[in-house]
Design a protein around this ligand. Structure first.
Ligand SMILES: *Cc1c(COP(=O)(O)O)cnc(C)c1O
Length: 369
């Protein structure tokens, strides 16, 4: 009996190894290693997966948020509304521009930004909302836009966990002003190293982002604006091009695994919910358990690995306490941090492993709520 894992890329690599190794060799033989044909082609292919728009490959998903915000003119003195139950990079990226993150509480069922409370977070300094499609569950960006009541506030979609998620048939990324993706190896589309991408329907913003990713150049050795160095590299782009044609079916497989969990986990176990019209991309399958740490320990004893995304809300971390908006400001965020539990999830996870997780869960939660 093989061990149940949270994530493992090796099966996928072995299936695609021939094609993958040929792609890497093609780059090395091409004589061009930075911003060449592979990145250009991948940008086009990825944005076609989402719809119609422009894509700009960058070094990682954190930089994608930095480049997006900077292209929108956001910096020191500005405020950016986001959530505190996210990966640190959402917030570190906002800080890197000099702007101040303002945290909005989340909806207890979906774990996503509470759109009804966004209004309370706006001030005359608010320049953007970074909406995080957490776990692969999708924020209704159109509804969010309606709640901004005509305010001149940009929407950046943090899609690092949501490649393939959709709302009313439209894949996330091109619904807001800019969508940002990460290709960190564990993500729904993972490189063999770091990678990231910004997408937008706005050709002007895309061309600004292209400039910002490379020292603010419009032409060689002449900075039109202040930029950074953050480029998707040719080898990672070639690897991602081999994988992209499979992304749709891998997301389908994640949904199939989620359906098995839905059917076979103990009925009374509380799950993260989707809003109507949302097609979840299941980067993570998350349940809520009151005695989370005890249950987790029991599962570990039964050979079932689990994760917690995330155990500490950002404003409770030493580095970010200065962003704490005061006691009781984010009650739902804090409550969720104590009960969320992520179960094994990746497309190659076999059905019998899923069923083993479900059985172990019945045993581990016996007597708990
Ligand atoms: C992974 C992740 C990022 C950052 O991506 P990197 O490629 O690791 O820099 C940003 N936001 C969220 C929600 C993530 O999960």
């Amino acid at each position: 009996m093989t061990d149940v894992r949270m994530f493992d890329y090796l099966d996928q690599y072995h299936t695609l190894a021939g094609e993958m190794n040929r792609a890497i060799e093609r780059v090395l033989e091409s004589g061009r290693l930075i911003l060449g044909e592979e990145v250009r082609a991948f940008e086009e292919e990825f944005v076609s997966f989402l719809g119609n728009g422009h894509a700009v490959g960058v070094g990682n998903g954190t930089d994608a948020i930095v480049v997006a915000l900077r292209s929108l003119g956001i910096g020191r003195g500005d405020e950016v509304v986001t959530v505190a139950n996210t990966a640190v990079p959402t917030v570190s990226a906002i800080r890197e521009t000099g702007a101040t993150p303002v945290f909005c509480d989340v909806n207890e069922d979906t774990c996503l930004i509470d759109i009804d409370r966004v209004g309370e977070c706006l001030s005359e300094r608010t320049k953007a909302v970074v909406a995080v499609h957490l776990y692969g569950n999708a924020v209704d960006i159109t509804e969010l836009r309606n709640h901004l009541e005509g305010a001149d506030v940009a929407i950046v979609e943090d899609c690092a966990q949501a490649h393939g998620a959709a709302i009313r048939g439209q894949r996330v990324g091109l619904i807001g002003d800019v969508g940002t993706f990460s290709f960190y190896p564990t993500k729904n589309l993972g490189a063999y190293g770091d990678g990231g991408l910004c997408v937008t329907r706005d050709a002007g913003l895309a061309s600004k982002m292209r400039s910002i990713r490379m020292y603010g150049f419009e032409q060689a050795y002449d900075s039109e604006r202040e930029g950074v160095n953050s480029r998707l590299d040719e080898i990672q782009a070639a690897i991602l091009r081999v994988k992209l044609p499979h992304l749709g079916s891998w997301v389908e497989r994640r949904r199939e695994i989620a359906a098995l969990y839905d059917a076979y986990l103990p009925r009374e176990l509380d799950r993260v919910r989707c809003q109507t019209g949302v097609e979840h991309a299941y980067h993570l399958y998350v349940v809520k358990v009151q005695s989370r740490d005890l249950v987790r320990q029991r599962l570990d004893g039964l050979g079932i690995p689990t994760g917690v995304h995330y155990p500490i809300p950002i404003h409770r971390m030493n580095a970010y306490r200065f962003l704490d908006q005061g006691r009781g400001a984010l009650p739902v965020t804090e409550k969720l941090s104590r009960c969320v539990l992520s179960l094994p999830m990746y497309p190659e996870l076999p059905d019998d492993h899923v069923l083993r997780v479900c059985e172990a869960m019945s045993e581990a939660t016996a007597g708990c709520k």
